[in-house]
Design a protein around this ligand. Structure first.
Ligand code: MN
Length: 719
C-alpha cells in the first residue's frame, strides 16, 4: 500500500520547491473522516484515496489535484461537509471534489450503453475543470484493480461494462493511452473471461519464437538508424489484449492471421529526425502506402503526435511502426495531463487558452488537414463542449446545442410534442419556455392536445429541428389561410357570373385550367388566388365565353393631374416589401397611411388584392381583422419611390407654389398631387403628395421645404 510520504516524495522529485502543505493537510483530514471505514478488500478505506492520489502524482498533476484526489470520496461517504472543505482547503478544491461527487452519483445501466457517446460528452461537459475527469479516471483505475473483491458477479459485469463504454473511451479521447489500455483489458477480463484467457494463452504459446522475432526486428531497425546517424531507441511491445480481440472480431480474423500483435516504436531526439527515420525505414522495408499517418503534421485534438506506418517486414509480414520524439512519447502516455504540470496558480482557463492557441495554429494551417470537418468535429467535442446534455424523465440522455430551450427539447422528442408544448418543468420546477437548459437538467414537457406553436418561438429556439418545424407549421398555416380565402373569393366571383364554383371545381374542365395556370392541384390554384398572385376573375374567365367578361374599371385619378404639370404616372404593382416566409405576394400600400421605407409596417391579407401594407400605427389597420395580419418587412434593394402626403402651412404670397416646386425637385422628390386652400387670415394650407425614396429622404425634403420664405410649418400627414 502506498503511503503519503511516497506521494510527497513523488511531488518533490519533479520540483523540490513545491509547497506540499495542502496535500499533507488533505491527507490528515481524509484519514480522520474515513477512519474506521473498510474497503471490500479488507484494507482501511484510506488506501483508496491514497492510491488515486498516487496515480495523479505519477502523472505530475498539481497539488490541488492531488489534495482533491485524497478528498474525492469524503463528501459522499463521510460526515464531512462542503463548508468544512471550503474552509480548510479553499473553493478550488471544493469545486473539484464536488465535480467528482456529482459524476460518481451517475450510474448507467446497460440500456443506456447505446448512448455512451452522449454520456461521455455529458461527463466532459459537467466537469468544467478537466481535473475532475482525471481524478475520476484514476478512481476508476483503482476500482478496476480491486474489482475482484466484489462479491456479486452482476455488479462486476455492470462496472466493467460502464468502464468499457464510458471511461476507457474518455481516457482515449484525453490521450491518456496507458489508462485506456488498462481499463479496457481489465473490463475485457471480467466481461469475456473465456476470450481473454484464450488470447492470453495464444500470446503465451509462441512467446519464445516471438521474442526472437522482436529482437530481429529491433536489431535491423537499430542498425539502419545507426548507419543513417540517427540516435534512437527501438522498442517492441505486445498490443493489449482487448485491441487484439477487437481486431479479430471487427476484421473477422483468427489469432494466427493477426501478425501485428506486436507494435514497434522508434524514439528519436528531434522532430525532424522523425521524418528522417521514416525515410530510412521506408528504404529498408516497403511501406503499405495507405497505412501511413502523419500525426506530427496533424496532431490529434488530444495533442497526440507521432508518425504511424505499416511496412512489409523481414519475413514478408506486416509490421506496424510508430516514430516520435521522447517528448511526444510522454504526451502519448499521459495526454492532456502532460500539459498540466506543477505550475503554482495555473488554472484551467489558462490551460484552455493555451490549447486554444494550439488549435488556432492548426486551423490556420488547414492545408495540412486532410479531413478538416472530422478534425473540427473532434476539437469541438473535446475542448469546446458547445452542447448541453439533459435527461428525459425516463433518464434518457439528449444532446442539444448550448442555449437550447425546453421548446427545442420538445421538438427533439417529437414534432407533435413540440407543436403541443405549453410549458416545461426542469428538475421538478416550472420554468419559462425560454429557459436555457443546463447540462444535467431533467426536463419534462407539458403538452395540451390541439395547442399550436407560436411564431414567437422562432425568436429563441436554438436547434435546427425546432426552427424548421415551427417555420413549416407557420407556412402551412399561411397556406391554409390563403386557401380558405382563395376559395371564398372564387365562390364569390363565380357567383357573379351565375356559376357554382364548387361544382366546377370537381369538373374535368377544371383539371385543364389548373394545368393551364401551371399548378399541380386545384388547391394550389386556390391558394394562389388567396395569396393574390392570381385574381378570381382570371380564373372565372377560363369558364366564360369572351363577350361575357367585363373589364373592371380603374378609378381615374387624372383630375389631380391638372394641378401640377410634373405629375408622374403611378407605377404598376409595387414591390419593395416582402412577406416573411412567402415569395411573390401581391403587395399594395394602404392609401390611408402611405408607408415609405423606414416606417414600421404591418401587412393584412385582403380579399382579392393580396396583402395591403399599412404603417404600424395606422388607425385603419387597427380596425382590421387580426387573423389576417401577417408580418412584412421592407426590402428595398431597387430604386423605387413611394407616395407620401405632406401638409404645408404658409402665408399667401406670389410665387409660393413655384418656390415650393423648385425646392422639392431640388431635393430629388417628385410632386404627384398638390392642393391648396386659402384660409381667412392670409394663411394657405397645402396638401402635397410627393414621391420619396424613404423616411430619411422625406426628412430631407421637409427640411428643404421649411427653408422656403413664409413657410410656417411642413410635416407628414399621419392618419
Ligand atoms: Mn473513489
Amino acid at each position: 500500500m502506498i503511503r503519503i510520504n511516497d506521494i510527497i516524495d513523488r511531488i518533490l522529485e519533479s520540483d523540490p520547491d513545491i509547497d506540499t502543505d495542502l496535500v499533507e493537510r488533505a491527507y490528515v483530514f481524509s484519514a480522520r473522516v474515513h477512519h474506521g471505514q473498510m474497503r471490500l478488500s479488507g484494507e482501511p478505506y484510506l488506501s483508496h484515496p491514497l492510491e488515486v492520489a498516487g496515480l495523479l502524482a505519477d502523472m505530475n498533476l498539481d497539488v490541488v489535484s492531488i489534495a482533491s484526489a485524497l478528498l474525492h470520496d469524503v463528501i459522499e461517504d463521510t460526515h464531512a461537509t462542503e463548508e468544512e472543505i471550503r474552509e480548510m482547503f479553499g473553493p478550488e478544491v471544493l469545486h473539484i471534489v464536488n465535480g467528482v461527487t456529482k459524476i460518481s452519483k451517475l450510474t448507467f445501466d446497460n440500456a443506456q450503453v447505446r448512448q455512451a457517446e452522449s454520456i461521455r460528452k455529458m461527463l466532459l461537459a459537467m466537469a468544467d475543470d478537466i481535473r475532475v475527469i482525471l481524478i475520476k479516471l484514476a478512481d476508476r483505475i483503482h476500482n478496476m484493480r480491486t474489482l475482484k473483491f466484489h462479491r456479486k458477479e452482476s455488479k462486476k459485469r455492470q462496472i466493467s461494462q460502464e468502464t468499457l463504454d464510458i471511461y476507457a473511451p474518455l481516457a482515449s479521447r484525453l490521450g491518456i493511452y496507458w489508462m485506456k489500455k488498462e481499463l479496457e483489458d481489465t473490463a475485457f477480463m471480467y466481461l469475456m473471461p473465456d476470450e481473454y484467457r484464450r488470447i492470453e494463452q495464444m500470446v503465451d504459446k509462441d512467446r519464445l519464437e516471438r521474442e526472437q522475432y522482436v529482437e530481429t526486428v529491433k536489431e535491423r531497425l537499430g542498425e539502419e538508424m545507426a548507419e543513417a546517424g540517427i540516435k534512437c531507441e527501438v522498442m517492441g511491445r505486445y498490443k493489449h489484449f482487448y485491441s487484439i480481440y477487437h481486431k479479430m472480431v471487427s476484421q473477422n480474423l483468427d489469432f494466427e492471421d493477426i501478425y501485428d500483435i506486436i507494435a514497434f516504436r522508434i524514439i528519436v531526439g528531434e522532430k525532424y529526425q522523425c521524418y528522417e527515420a521514416l525515410g530510412h525505414l521506408h528504404a529498408l522495408w516497403k511501406p503499405i502506402d495507405i497505412k501511413f499517418k502523419d500525426y506530427i503534421g496533424r496532431p490529434k485534438p488530444n495533442m497526440y503526435q507521432s508518425l504511424h506506418t505499416t511496412v512489409i517486414g523481414p519475413y514478408g509480414e506486416r509490421v506496424e511502426i510508430q516514430i516520435r520524439t521522447l517528448e511526444m512519447d510522454q504526451v502519448a502516455k499521459s495526454g492532456i495531463a502532460a500539459h498540466w504540470g506543477y505550475k503554482e496558480g495555473q488554472r484551467l482557463d489558462e490551460s484552455v487558452s493555451e490549447q486554444f492557441a494550439w488549435i488556432q495554429e492548426l486551423i490556420e494551417n488547414q492545408e495540412m488537414v486532410k479531413d478538416p470537418e472530422e478534425f473540427l468535429e473532434n476539437v469541438r467535442i473535446d475542448l469546446f463542449p458547445d452542447e448541453v446534455y439533459v435527461f428525459t424523465p425516463q433518464g434518457e440522455v439528449k444532446t442539444l446545442s448550448k442555449g437550447a430551450t425546453p421548446v427545442d427539447f420538445a421538438y427533439m422528442i417529437h414534432t407533435e410534442v413540440g407543436h403541443q408544448c405549453t410549458g416545461a418543468k426542469v428538475n421538478g420546477r416550472m420554468v419559462s419556455l425560454r429557459y436555457e437548459l443546463q447540462t444535467g437538467d431533467v426536463v419534462e414537457i407539458t403538452t395540451q392536445k390541439g395547442h399550436t406553436p407560436s411564431k414567437d418561438w422562432l425568436k429563441f429556439v436554438k436547434t435546427v429541428k425546432a426552427r424548421s418545424r415551427i417555420r413549416q407549421w407557420v407556412k402551412t398555416q399561411d397556406k391554409n389561410r390563403s386557401t380558405a380565402l382563395g376559395r371564398e373569393m372564387c365562390e364569390k366571383a363565380f357567383r357573379k357570373y351565375k356559376l357554382n364554383f364548387n361544382t366546377i371545381l370537381r369538373s374535368e374542365e377544371m383539371d385543364g385550367v389548373v394545368e393551364g395556370f401551371g399548378f399541380k392541384t386545384a388547391e394550389d390554384l386556390i391558394a394562389s388566388v388567396g395569396y393574390g398572385k392570381i385574381t378570381p376573375l382570371q380564373v372565372v374567365r377560363k369558364f366564360l365565353r369572351e363577350e361575357e367578361t367585363e373589364e373592371d374599371q380603374r378609378p381615374d385619378d387624372s383630375i389631380l393631374n391638372k394641378l401640377m404639370g410634373r405629375m408622374r404616372k403611378r407605377k404598376k404593382p409595387r414591390t419593395g416589401v416582402s412577406v416573411k416566409g412567402i415569395d411573390d405576394m401581391l403587395i399594395r400600400f394602404g392609401k390611408c397611411c402611405q408607408p415609405v421605407p423606414g416606417d414600421p409596417i404591418i401587412g393584412y391579407i385582403t380579399r382579392g388584392h393580396g396583402v395591403t401594407v399599412h404603417r404600424t400605427g395606422c388607425v385603419n389597420a387597427l380596425k382590421m381583422n387580426p387573423d389576417r395580419r401577417i408580418d412584412v418587412e421592407w426590402n428595398t434593394a431597387r430604386e423605387e419611390t413611394f407616395p407620401v402626403k405632406i401638409h404645408i402651412r404658409s402665408y399667401d404670397r406670389v410665387g409660393l407654389l413655384a418656390d415650393l416646386a423648385a425646392n422639392i425637385s431640388k431635393s430629388g422628390a417628385n410632386i404627384l398631387t398638390a392642393n391648396s386652400e386659402i384660409r381667412g387670415n392670409q394663411m394657405v394650407d397645402s396638401v402635397f403628395t410627393l414621391a420619396v425614396k424613404n423616411t430619411q429622404h422625406l426628412e430631407q425634403v421637409l427640411a428643404s421645404i421649411r427653408k422656403v420664405r413664409m413657410i410656417t410649418e411642413a410635416r407628414r400627414i399621419n392618419t
